[in-house]
Design a protein around this ligand. Structure first.
Ligand SMILES: [Zn+2]
Length: 376
């Protein structure tokens, strides 16, 4: 039997791998987790969506009673940012209850918590429906690892998914979808002293932006998530002041709710903007994720979380998006998903990111409970 794992020590071990994305380079970190899980009796398979960009799937047990329970997390982290850190981002420094490091909250602590619980319970999990752990590369730039696993049908079966992203151990039942578009207008260049000879792409783009203000989403609101949103995030156009610009480009961030299909959304934008001659291209696509709170397993998760929160959770969705959307698709679609992990959501991607050590211990308790209930 494998030695018990201290989740705090494992978090620190994972923090030491520089998996900043870009470029990611998750292989060494994935191998480290893989060998820990193999030593505990899991079967481990690695998948690389590009050289050195390694995700892994670790499984144990499995029978015909029900599909395995899935836990998932990503090992890539975001860049450190321009501001100087007061702590070493890779050393796992601690100060009281705080464990510092890039990825401490988002989300190496979450992975450490479910790996610690899984290794501890491995002998029990080896018989019964079992467990599948999906640890992904490349989440921070468009869920590349998860999309690769789903698109190539590498995931097999799962009966429910816990996405251990930072939620302070509050169980969220989903998140909005993410559809980013690039919109381009073209014109004809001419000397800036003779604009009547040209066709100004920036002026066209100004009209496009005006049109977007009047765009109506096909679903106006969702009972738990609220309204879909649209934001024009960037604008580029023109090369020099004394020319008529022949090209302009914007990028648009839409956050969607269930019922809005992203291909359909692109077509709607295209037809709205067709009179301006604008071209619309989808550049990021993560569908909305939602599980009905009445789902029996979701209710079990709510119950398990209650001792760690101020009362029983109410149905809520979280602001950021996750691998959960693509993994749910890869597992066949009809799978309940909760987003639940030890990190502090407000500290994700921040300078001097930290995670509460107490929360990590709570997550191990919570995940242990969920694993045991699944296998009862
Ligand atoms: Zn994350």
């Amino acid at each position: 039997m494998a030695a018990a794992i201290d989740p705090r020590a494992l978090t620190r071990e994972l923090l030491a791998f520089n998996t900043i994305n870009p470029p990611g380079m998750e292989r060494a970190c994935a191998r480290c987790l893989g060998s820990t899980l193999e030593a505990a009796g899991f079967s481990v398979v690695y998948h690389e969506f590009a050289e050195g960009r390694t995700s892994l799937i670790a499984s144990i047990g499995g029978d015909d009673s029900r599909p395995p329970l899935c836990f998932t997390g990503h090992i890539d982290i975001v860049p450190l940012g321009a501001a100087k850190w007061t702590r070493d981002p890779f050393a796992g420094e601690t100060d009281g209850d705080k464990l510092y490091g890039r990825g401490s909250t988002d989300m190496k602590s979450g992975i450490a918590a479910f790996v610690a619980a899984a290794v501890e319970l491995a002998p029990k999990l080896a018989s019964g429906p079992g467990l599948v752990l999906v640890i992904t590369a490349g989440e921070e730039l468009g869920c590349e690892g998860a999309k690769y696993l789903a698109d190539r049908k590498l995931l097999g079966r799962a009966g429910a998914i816990v996405v251990a992203e930072p939620t302070g151990n509050y169980p969220y039942i989903g998140h909005k979808g993410l559809a980013w578009f690039e919109i381009e207008t073209l014109g004809v260049t001419a000397h800036g002293s003779m604009p009547e000879v040209g066709d100004n792409a920036i002026v066209k783009m100004a009209k496009v932006i005006g049109d977007l203000e009047h765009f109506r989403f096909p679903v106006e609101s969702h009972a738990v998530m609220g309204k879909p949103t649209m934001n024009v995030g960037t604008i580029h156009g023109g090369l020099n002041t004394n020319s008529v610009p022949d090209e302009a480009r914007i990028t648009v961030d839409t956050r969607t709710v269930p019922g809005i299909d992203h291909d359909h959304l692109r077509k709607s934008l295209e037809s709205l903007l067709a009179p301006r001659g604008a071209r619309v291209r989808k550049i990021v696509d993560t569908p909305a994720l939602y599980t009905e709170p009445a789902n029996q397993w979701v209710q079990e998760v709510f119950e398990a979380c209650t001792p760690f929160l101020e009362g029983r959770p109410v149905p809520k969705t979280i602001t950021f998006s996750t691998d959960g959307s693509d993994l749910k698709r890869g597992f066949g679609g009809a799978v309940p998903v909760v987003v639940l992990g030890p990190g502090e959501p407000r500290l994700a991607h921040q300078t001097d990111e930290w995670c509460s050590i107490e929360r990590i211990e709570q997550s191990v308790d919570l995940f242990r409970t969920l694993m045991l209930r699944w296998c009862e």
